[in-house]
Write a new protein. Structure first.
Length: 136
């Protein structure tokens, strides 16, 4: 466990095969900060807001799932026991809803096209049999 902020850079994030990715490979942990430009309150208590944004072609829902998966394990670390870490807002709900809407509309479109095709084939079959009967 890190005893200083600088030692947090050496925390492993991910291991694939023999390759380990450390926090220092994707970010730099330091005691520096940007000037605070907002005040965050939840249930009347002052807090800190950390916004997480996905990058590039990363899946929004996958990123949110991984972050949510990691939150409980962070509470186990000794330097975080006094912190209450919880998600405040989850924008992936809108993405999931939009994807569900697109899938639902696609299913309706396929069903409608199938019904139209069946009706057309059925009507064509009746017309063809009537044509054969009237010509004989």
């Amino acid at each position: 466990m890190p005893n200083t902020v600088a030692e947090m850079n050496d925390l492993p994030i991910r291991a694939v095969g023999n390759s380990t990715t450390y926090l220092r490979d994707v970010a730099q942990v330091s005691e520096a900060f940007a000037p605070q430009t907002n005040i965050v309150r939840q249930d009347g208590r002052r807090g800190t807001l950390v916004s997480m944004l996905k990058s590039g072609d990363a899946s929004t829902t996958s990123v949110v799932a991984r972050v949510r998966q990691m939150l409980p394990s962070n509470r186990d670390h000794s330097f975080r026991r006094r912190l209450k870490i919880q998600p405040l807002a989850d924008q992936s709900v809108f993405v999931t809803s939009a994807v569900s809407g697109v899938v639902r509309e696609a299913i309706i479109a396929v069903d409608s096209a199938g019904t139209l095709a069946q009706t057309h084939i059925h009507d064509g079959g009746i017309s063809a049999s009537h044509s054969r009967q009237s010509s004989t």
